[in-house]
Write a protein that binds this ligand. Sequence first.
Ligand code: PMP
Length: 377
Amino acid sequence: MNKYVQNIEISGIRKFFNKVIEVPEAISLTLGQPDFPMPIKIKEAMINAINMDKTTYTPNAGIYELRKEICHYLSSMEIDYNPEEVCITAGGSEALYSTLTALINQGDNLLIPSPGYPAYKSIGALLGAEIKEYPLNSDFTFNVDSIKDLIHTEKNNYLVLSFPSNPTGGIITKEQLEELHKVILQNNIMVITDEIYAALCYEKYHSIAAFKDIKEKVVYVSGFSKMFSMTGLRIGYVCASKNLLDEIMKVHQYNVSCANSVAQYGALEGLRTSMQEVLHMKEEFMKRRDYTYERLKGIGFNCNLPQGAFYIFPSIEKFNTNSEKFCESLLYQGKVACVPGSAFGKYGEGFIRISYSYSFGELEEALNRIETWVNMV
Ligand code: PMP
């Protein structure tokens, strides 16, 4: 067995799911996917693609029209790439995996957000990176000082950014990006920015990839799982300057050859015709966010108002227990499933993740149950 594989564990989220299955009457607020159907035009485009036999391999980097359309979409956020700098991947997951594999050597310094999406740590560990978790501000925005001390002057440094964030809903502000920009210019540091929730940002959206003078030091990862509510169709993408992308493409090629052809045609149609639906979904999520936030505050939880994605990350500090025990009791006694904050890294302890990508009816019932249970314990 490969020692790095042996040393990583299955995700804490998955582990908790296995317990959730034991309590079938529980309401689950654990899933990281929208409950909206995929836009109809995307469905039709995929059916069409099948009927037209577009079921063969595509170029390794993906169909040209989709890469071009992605560039057009990104340019609306002041992010400039050309189609030769885009590779379509099997979800954001493969984009992250292929990117980190192409970049990182054993012993390299990998800075990851904590709390943060668990894949960064596990992929880094598989590659033998030296992993440093950096904390966020108390409102879950980015804190440039928290990474300064973690940068190694003699090593290659890789910084993962992940905003809007899973699990906190936090974002990075324009001022914070400007400070970070200076640090990137002055140090041997490469940024991998995971912006898969960019389309679900409730504030004005800013990206590190918009700074032109550090283009060689930034890899942009995103995808359509959340934006078009198509998590099962596995379409993501990675953008980077050509010399970097060529290396990432080697890993991608030997990994998956190309992303699913039919789903690529679906994503293409989505970018062309379904942005209104994305906007509608975002507006709905904002309403659910406000409702969930107000209810949690009313129950007595200390929490931040999320600025993006569809997660809220309340503190459980005053309950004097750890997040795993808290979630277990809430599951078995209160019949509501949430994810322990510890699944998202060492600075996730003391919190729980609640996904509000559920209907109002489900949210209301789950929050009623949480309220009853909290008043009991
Ligand atoms: N990045 C983040 C922050 C995520 O939350 C997820 C999915 N939960 C991914 C990447 C991967 O998404 P996918 O592979 O479905 O595109």
